[in-house]
Design a protein around this ligand. Structure first.
Ligand code: MEV
Length: 332
């Protein structure tokens, strides 16, 4: 067997500001305690082979720069990311990449960005190169661009850096680590937050939801601008609530944000029903997370409430998560 390198990256959930973040508005997102692992092995077949629960793809090494050749492949962003890493390092070799995830694809939890960041780190590692997180982030955003034309970069940011992030126009601030001075009251924001993540079981397509929002914005600019203002106001208020660890207020703002996304047209009956059920069972607040149209909802809970909620929503796939500290890491 050839050389092997393993890297992993976390799933993500957007707490506030999705969709409008594409238009320069602020958003808050966190890494979840679920990960995807990329195991890369050098092969002597001169091909890039990617395997995941989506199937298997094989592209000859000499064709990896020709994105048209694999534009309909479910692993196209992975092959594209591999091509970019190899070009950057000026090192080329056939490689087998195995992607193993403990969270589902297509559910709004950032599988696309997590698989690309983990792959980028493992390919760099297999060539013995040290790649900075900033470089992993940049390459991951490029790979995301192949999947949906206009990514804000927030998914790649969370999967790369981990933690609780404020994201605006490519500017990234890690809230849970901010301020190393004991006088800084912002230190360790949001560290105790706990969420139940519930899957609707409906696979969504981020690219088409982003396009849907774009055409909605073009057909009613005034309404879109006012929704964007509201999203920004909710996110800014959420920052204060997180700083004060005011769970009731954070919850209220989450539910308000869901209403806004519903108005934007990215929710559906199933997501609304799960949000309602989470609230009825004692969540502080709940909302869809990510692109919408399916995928997951997140609900803020404290201590014992998490288990109560899991029981009440047992017909859905669900798990409890706090904020995951680690972004992308090399595991071996
Ligand atoms: C997708 O996880 C988040 C969106 O805001 C798109 C993006 O930010 O690129 C819907």
């Amino acid at each position: 067997m050839g050389r092997v390198a393993v890297a992993s990256a976390p799933a993500k959930a957007i707490l506030f500001g999705e969709h409008f973040v594409v238009y320069g508005k602020p958003a808050i997102a966190m890494a979840l305690n679920r990960r995807v692992r990329a195991t890369s092995t050098i092969n002597d077949r001169g091909e890039v082979r990617v395997r995941s629960s989506l199937g298997s793809s094989t592209i000859p090494l000499e064709s990896i720069d020709d994105t048209q050749l694999y534009e309909h492949d479910p692993h196209r962003h992975i092959v594209f990311a591999v091509a970019n890493v190899m070009r950057l390092l000026n090192r080329y070799a056939g490689v087998d990449i195995l992607l193993e995830s403990d969270f589902p694809y297509g559910m709004g939890l950032g599988a696309s960005a997590a698989t690309s960041t983990a792959t980028i780190a493992s390919i760099a590692s297999i060539f013995g190169a040290e790649m900075s997180k900033d470089e992993v982030f940049r390459l991951s955003v490029e790979a995301e661009r192949l999947v949906h034309k206009n990514p804000s970069g927030i998914d790649s940011a969370v999967c790369t850096y981990g933690g609780l992030l404020l994201f605006k126009d490519g500017m990234i601030e890690r809230l849970d680590r901010k301020g190393y001075s004991p006088l800084d009251q912002c230190q360790g924001q949001g560290q105790g937050l706990q969420f139940v993540v519930v899957s609707s079981g409906m696979v969504k397509d981020t690219g088409s939801m982003v396009m849907k929002v774009k055409s909605r914005g073009e057909s009613n600019r005034e309404e879109f601008a006012s929704l964007a203002e509201m999203s920004e106001a909710i996110t800014v208020q959420a920052l204060y609530a997180i700083r004060c660890n005011d769970l009731a207020r954070i919850g209220e703002l989450l539910t308000l944000n869901h209403g806004l996304l519903k108005r934007l047209g990215v929710s559906n009956d199933t997501l609304d029903a799960i949000v309602y059920e989470a609230l009825r069972n004692g969540a502080y607040g709940a909302k869809l997370t990510g692109a919408g149209g399916g995928g997951c909802i997140i609900s803020l809970v404290d201590g014992s409430r998490g288990k109560v909620l899991l029981n009440a929503l047992s017909r859905y796939e669900a798990f409890i998560s706090g904020i995951e500290d680690d972004g992308v890491i090399i595991e071996g």
